[in-house]
Design a binder for this molecule. Structure first.
Ligand SMILES: *Cc1c(COP(=O)(O)O)cnc(C)c1O
Length: 368
């Protein structure tokens, strides 16, 4: 029996599940995780808060996750300077679930979503999974967004949902505030369009968060995650900030009690330690900048990065370079962007191992 022998939905036929290879090699720099384990005092605090939650596991968790959303609103207010209330914040199991809830609410059959390719593949896959038609929008050759081309695409395709990923995965490209504002206005001029700004990597950016743009823009949503800067990919906690009406709207599709009491307790413990966690972010930014410089010194083309990863090339056969690095114990990501690979900034030792492997490999396989 194969998948295609089952009566699955037509649009799922022939698709493959999303996911980078999880290979057990010494240097894993392929999924943009934070390389630092959680600090011991935080691990102890998680144990304490989870133990408290465990006593009440006979009961369903707080369905509205009020304490957690209040602390997330406080974190966003403190780090962006924009005052947010509990009612403007919503949380779910990873920002992927947040995006899914948004597409279930604002996309769906007969509706469409547009994102600027190449970008985070899950935007397309979640669109497809929710029956939302996916439209790949244009980028310049340097991976920035050209406003005039973008406006033309909005006018032509009239999407219901517009994705702006800033900093963008896999290129590392940040989108400036003026461009986001212009895209928001251009989209609304065509029809009421939900504009989803994916800020999964914003803590690593040279530029400030776009959260302050929420004021007076009820169709704007900013999505965030604890998977990257907070070093808690295993926790599965994502969140959004938007007009309170958007938070009310996603309640229509969320599963009741979607966020377990254990998840809520763990996330709350992490939010007590944001200063330590954001300290790791500073180290990773320094390492990111060091990697950019070192790769450029090797004569490679490196896309400017505002994230904790770097897109580099240009290779005649990126997959051959990917394999050659893997043969030396270094796992990077081949996202299928022509000529390019992506590497996550790791610890200084991991980055040195990566650079050593690149030096050897590029000598053997000459760039295009
Ligand atoms: C990693 C990533 C996410 C995070 O997804 P989670 O479900 O929160 O782990 C979201 N958006 C982008 C662009 C990412 O790269």
């Amino acid at each position: 029996m194969k998948i295609d022998d089952l009566p699955i939905r037509d649009e799922l036929r022939g698709q493959s599940p999303y996911g980078a290879p999880q290979l057990d090699v010494p240097v894993q720099l392929n999924t943009n995780e934070n390389p630092y384990q959680l600090p011991e005092p935080l691990v102890a605090r998680i144990a304490e808060r989870v133990a408290e939650a465990a006593r009440d596991l006979n009961r369903y968790p707080d369905r509205d996750a009020v304490e957690l959303r209040t602390e997330l609103a406080r974190y966003l207010t403190r780090t962006t300077g924009h005052q947010l209330t509990t009612g403007q914040v919503w949380a779910a199991n990873g920002s992927n679930e947040i995006i899914q809830q948004l597409l279930q609410t604002f996309g769906g059959p007969g509706r469409s979503a547009l994102g600027f390719a190449p970008s985070y593949q899950m935007h397309e896959l979640i669109s497809r999974g929710t029956g939302t038609r996916w439209i790949p929008g244009p980028r310049r050759a340097d991976f920035t967004i050209d406003l005039e081309n973008a406006k033309a695409a909005l006018a032509e395709h009239r999407p219901d949902v517009l994705f702006i990923c800033s900093p963008n995965n896999p290129t590392g490209t940040a989108v400036d505030r003026e461009t986001v504002l212009a895209l928001y206005e251009a989209a609304q001029a065509v029809k009421p369009t939900m504009v989803l700004v994916d800020e999964a990597y914003v803590e690593f950016s040279h530029r400030p968060s776009l959260v302050p743009l929420l004021a007076g823009r009820p169709h704007l949503v900013v999505t965030r995650t604890m998977s990257k800067a907070f070093g808690a990919a295993g926790l599965r906690l994502g969140y959004l900030a938007a007009d309170p009406a958007v938070v009310d709207a996603v309640q229509l599709v969320r599963l009741p009690y979607h966020l377990s009491a254990v998840t809520q307790a763990t996330a709350l413990a992490c939010l007590e330690h944001t200063d330590t966690l954001l300290g790791y972010v500073e180290r990773l930014k320094t390492e990111r900048d060091r990697l950019v410089g070192a790769l450029r010194d090797l004569g490679l083309t490196v896309t400017d990065s505002d994230a904790n990863f770097i897109q580099f090339g240009v290779f005649a056969d990126p997959h051959a370079v990917w394999q050659a690095l893997l043969d030396r114990g270094v796992l990077v990501r081949d996202n299928g962007v022509p000529g390019h690979l992506r590497v996550t900034a790791g610890t200084p030792a991991e980055n040195d191992a990566f650079l050593d492997a690149v030096r050897t490999v590029t000598k053997e396989l000459s760039p295009a």
